[in-house]
Design a protein around this ligand. Structure first.
Ligand SMILES: [Zn+2]
Ligand SMILES: [Zn+2]
Length: 304
């Protein structure tokens, strides 16, 4: 008997007796005594004088997968003793029905795994809603994007926790794009808050920009410090804009792969920049192009 045939037989039988479905083991010295030793029984007997042995099959064909059926010792004894009750056709049928049952049971098992994975992924999505305050995106980012920048004091640690959570997630292969969007979003938000914290002061329940170029009152490096301050501000703004692109991408993929209703009513995440010197406010929906998405998160432009 070839090991390939034996392997196929055991695999397709789900390691169970085709008649009573008792779990079987291949090892005579199995550590689990509750398992019964399986027997690779011949449908057409292995020899002319064996049970159901009258056949034109060659001895190689008699030992092939197609002529074998996996049984417990009781049922092997039964089919060989009761040749009339267990003819060749009936055994082939029993084997086919059993293998179909195994396929269905097995695919059901896979569905359970899928369900568990989807549950885990849904939990990460819920975490994003909470820690990134997606519900109030336009509101909190408008503070971060205003000339008098301001971040709610709970945001930096929430965004750091979101990044840790995304890092710890094991993403099944079918959630590849979602994982890349989530990683991009978490890295950008964490970097945005980190960058802001470099020059911020605590004020009430907020962190506000520290205008360091104004210190001391007669700062001789005022002009250079102001340039530095404005460059830092631009980096802060840019990271929030990039994060909004990532949030829109993330929401699109969540709607496609996890939950079609995810922020479906709100649609896209807007940002509001300004007010500028002419008091105007610019509202936009930052979005990545498809080419940009393909390259993320490897292509993330950070200021570390
Ligand atoms: Zn059995
Ligand atoms: Zn036999």
């Amino acid at each position: 008997m070839k090991s390939k045939d034996v392997k196929i037989l055991w695999g397709r039988s789900g390691n169970r007796c085709a008649i009573c479905k008792t779990p079987l083991t291949q090892e005579a010295t199995s550590p689990t005594a509750s398992f019964t030793l399986g027997e690779q029984a011949h449908i057409v007997g292995d020899k002319e004088n064996a049970a159901r042995g009258k056949s034109l099959l060659t001895s190689e064909e008699r030992d092939s997968y197609h002529n074998l059926i996996l049984l417990c010792p009781n049922h092997h004894t039964e089919i060989d003793k009761n040749e009339v009750g267990w003819p060749v056709d009936k055994l082939h049928q029993v084997k086919s029905v059993h293998e179909l049952w195994v396929t269905e049971t097995l695919s059901e098992t896979i569905d359970h795994v899928r369900l568990a994975q989807q549950t885990a992924i849904s939990a990460v999505v819920d975490t994003a809603v909470e820690l990134c305050d997606l519900e109030n995106w336009q509101s909190w980012t408008s503070h971060a994007l205003s000339p008098s920048q301001r971040w709610r004091e709970d945001m930096p640690s929430a965004l750091f926790n979101f990044r840790k959570r995304v890092n710890a997630t094991i993403w099944p292969p079918e959630f590849d794009e979602l994982s890349r969007a989530a990683i991009s979003l978490s890295v950008l938000l964490h970097c945005a808050s980190d960058e802001f914290m470099k020059h911020s002061d605590s004020l009430g329940n907020y962190y506000v920009a520290d205008r360091f170029y104004r210190r001391p009152a007669n700062n001789t490096d005022y002009d250079a410090d102001l340039v530095e301050f404005e460059a830092w501000q631009d980096r802060c703004y840019d990271l929030v804009r990039q994060a909004t692109k990532a949030a829109n991408w993330f929401a699109d993929v969540v709607r496609r792969d996890v939950n079609p209703m995810f922020f479906a009513a709100k649609g896209r995440f807007f940002i509001e920049e300004g007010p500028f010197e002419d008091l105007s406010v610019r509202v936009s929906i930052p979005q990545y192009t498809d080419a940009e998405k393909t390259a993320l998160p490897a292509s993330l432009k950070l200021y570390a």
